[in-house]
Write a protein that binds this ligand. Structure first.
Ligand code: ARG
Length: 682
């Protein structure tokens, strides 16, 4: 059992004695404990208190701490320190800890015994899953992630969903849950109307045969730009008027500030002025952006000619999409021709990144079920006709969820409802996690609200949202030309940078043997791809983060290379010592934790499973990243201070080898759960 769970178990046993009114020790529940009079705590309540065991923030106070005396004291109306003492009196800490200490208002501080910690090390090393037992109540968890809209080039934004979803899937499986992964591909949307229109009007058969993905993405970009140009031409005058109006508002607000007589009026006028200035800046920015789009087009005669020839392109694209959806044979055939190429392109990225899905049921899969969904909504009394469209009105939202447009077209929400029905039937999940950009928050809130009214209460639905990838300038990540950077070129760049590090002449000189080209490439791939994944996972998913390749691929700091390097060092020592990892595991005796660096490494290693529980509790892989960084740092200190092969005695050498081998296992397993590979030397 995981270390922290053993402590919790002991607390649970103690609280069962203490809080059980039937038991001998009734003092907590007797009349003196006013709050508890007549109350019997359920086992679940007791477990919640028992579960309040946490690592201490400061090692001076021990290794773990329980804060359960405070809420219990509140319940029974006794002083918390007295409650803490009562808990300690019945707590069986023998064998695990030194005598617990009470600190501050009633914290119970626990310092683990070194011999206990040493046993945990040997047990972990001898256990295939490093002491992490499969969940008591395994859940069936469906994870919807990656889900890019294909037929547009994949960019860095797609990385987050893919990498986070993959790490969650791997971690939850490790924890013993039944995980089903499903890539809800956007393979049926307007982007196909765009490439179909593009191909019909600007397509180049030869180019398509030679490089289908390049040709499709050229068509996508061209049509996109044409639509944007016409929209800019149409919107620019309005934006200029809006800027002028905003400027007038600013002038009035300025006048109001100067006219204000007392301090309070002045303050509120200034506030209004600030808001007006902000609005003015936004309006101006929009007008300028539209102007820039128009100007760029006018400087490009070829493009302009195409734009003039295709004035109604936006509507025409919608028409092509509608024809695809109504099974028009020509559009359907084009879609069937294009889709495999789109799939090939993303599959190539998935292969590079070691990403696999159990299912890839894209939006197109659900198309024939959408009419049914609308009917089900009608049957349930949830759908209302409103101005020709079919809507689901949800009292908690201002705007309805539209499930069918006036022209008969279905929407993203309709597909997601169909997907829900299908998944429930087909997979019977306990939970569905949607790993999707936080900007889709409202969509999912509405989806879940509708689902609750359709009888999905027993199924836990969660939007596992994440923030934006930013460039070094703090704005959404773009290249200078204004397009999102293609994902593959970024991966190439990361690998190239990693290769520089691996081939650094100083490092090469220091390492013995030297690597051949094949090994160097292998290392560069592991480090380069690892860097991108790790940097993404290192931030809590809800925060935005800056994409800074140099920092991401560095050997120093909280990077994958740092952790991978710690692993390689550990492997190097085992290799030099002539010990195969399996041999060390088989013969592992509890190590002697003689010096602080050994002990703190051991304590960190023992916490591996805790970090996985944290990932599960918050659907947030950054807890595992933080953990691995801590473990690599603890190992670096150990490495500096505790010679292994040159230890003072063979006993110390063998003892330290256990820690080295366990470090390697923990780092390899942990990185593996993040989808990151290790290499035996770097
Ligand atoms: N294809 C969508 C996009 O790129 C994401 C789909 C997420 N999953 C879902 N079931 N809605 O924005």
């Amino acid at each position: 059992m995981m270390l922290v769970d053993r402590l919790k178990r002991r607390f649970a046993d103690a609280l069962a004695v203490l809080l059980d009114p039937q038991a001998d020790n009734r003092w907590l529940t007797e009349a003196g404990g006013a709050g508890m009079a007549g109350k019997v705590l359920s086992a679940a309540d007791r477990d919640a208190f028992a579960g309040m065991v946490r690592p201490t923030a400061d090692p001076r106070f021990g290794d773990y701490q329980s804060n359960c005396a405070m809420p219990i004291a509140k319940l029974c109306g006794k002083p918390p320190r007295q409650v803490a003492q009562a808990i300690i009196d019945v707590l069986d800490w023998e064998g695990l800890c030194h005598p617990p200490e009470i600190a501050g208002p009633g914290f119970i501080n626990l310092r683990l015994r070194d011999d206990f910690l040493a046993t945990v090390m040997a047990e972990m090393l001898g256990d295939d899953s490093l002491g992490v037992e499969p969940a008591d109540e395994p859940r069936t968890i469906l994870i919807d992630y990656s889900s890019p809209n294909v037929a547009k080039p994949m960019h860095v934004g797609h990385i987050r969903s893919t990498v986070i979803g993959d790490a969650l899937a791997r971690t939850f499986r490790y924890l013993g849950h039944r995980v089903i992964t499903d890539n809800h591909l956007g393979d049926w949307g307007t982007q196909f109307g765009m490439v179909i229109y593009g191909f019909k009007h600007f397509g180049d058969e030869v180019a398509l045969a030679a490089g289908p993905v390049d040709e499709l993405s050229r068509l996508y970009r061209l049509v996109n730009r044409l639509i944007a140009y016409h929209a800019a031409v149409a919107d620019h005058p309005g934006a200029v008027t809006a800027t002028a109006a905003a400027t007038e508002v600013v002038a009035r607000a300025e006048a109001a500030v100067s006219a204000a007589t007392d301090a309070k009026a002045k303050r509120s006028a200034e506030k209004e002025l600030a808001a007006a200035v902000r609005k003015q800046a936004a309006a101006r920015q929009r007008a300028e952006a539209l102007q820039a789009t128009v100007a760029a087009a006018q400087a490009d005669p070829d493009f302009l000619r195409q734009a003039v020839a295709h004035p109604g392109i936006a509507d025409a694209v919608l028409l092509e999409t509608a024809k695809l959806h109504s099974h028009d044979p020509e559009n359907r055939a084009l879609w069937e021709r294009f889709l495999p190429h789109c799939r090939d392109e993303i599959d190539r990225v998935y292969r590079r990144l070691d990403i696999r899905f159990d299912h890839t049921l894209g939006e197109s899969f659900y198309h024939d079920r959408l009419g049914d969904v609308v009917q089900r909504l009608r049957d349930a009394g949830l759908a209302t006709d409103s101005e020709g469209a079919v809507c689901v009105f949800l009292p908690e939202f201002d705007s309805p969820m539209i499930v069918q447009k006036k022209d008969g077209a279905y929407l993203y929400a309709t597909t997601d409802l169909a997907t829900l029905f299908y998944r429930r039937e087909e997979f019977r999940p306990d939970e569905i996690l949607y790993v999707v950009d936080s900007r889709q928050g409202e969509h999912f809130q509405k989806l879940f609200a509708a689902a609750a009214r359709l009888g999905f209460q027993g199924l836990r639905l969660e939007h596992v949202q994440f923030g934006t990838v930013l460039g070094e300038d703090g704005r959404p990540f773009k290249t200078r030309s204004g397009t999102s950077v293609g994902l593959e070129s970024l991966l190439d760049e990361a690998v190239a940078k990693a290769l520089e590090i691996v081939c650094d002449p100083q490092r090469v000189a220091r390492s013995d043997g030297g690597m051949d080209e094949a090994e160097r490439q292998q290392v560069a791939h592991a480090v380069g791809h690892g860097a991108i994944k790790y940097a993404d996972l290192a931030h809590h998913r809800t925060s935005d983060y800056r994409f800074e390749l140099d920092k991401m691929v560095a050997l120093e700091g909280n990077t994958s290379a740092y952790v991978q390097y710690a692993y390689a060092r550990a492997r190097g020592i085992m290799l030099k010592g002539g010990m195969a990892p399996e041999a060390i595991a088989a013969s592992a005796q509890p190590p002697v934790l003689g010096v602080p660096a050994e002990r703190s490494l051991a304590l960190t290693l023992a916490r591996f499973g805790e970090s996985l529980q944290q990932v599960r509790a918050d659907n947030a892989p950054n807890f595992l990243v933080d953990y691995l960084y801590d473990a690599a740092k603890a190992y670096a200190v150990f490495n500096d201070q505790c010679p292994v092969l040159k230890a003072d005695s063979p006993e110390i050498a063998a003892s330290r080898m256990v820690l080295v081998a366990l470090t390697a296992r923990v780092l390899e397993t942990g990185l593996g759960l993040l989808g990151i590979r290790v290499v035996p030397r770097m």
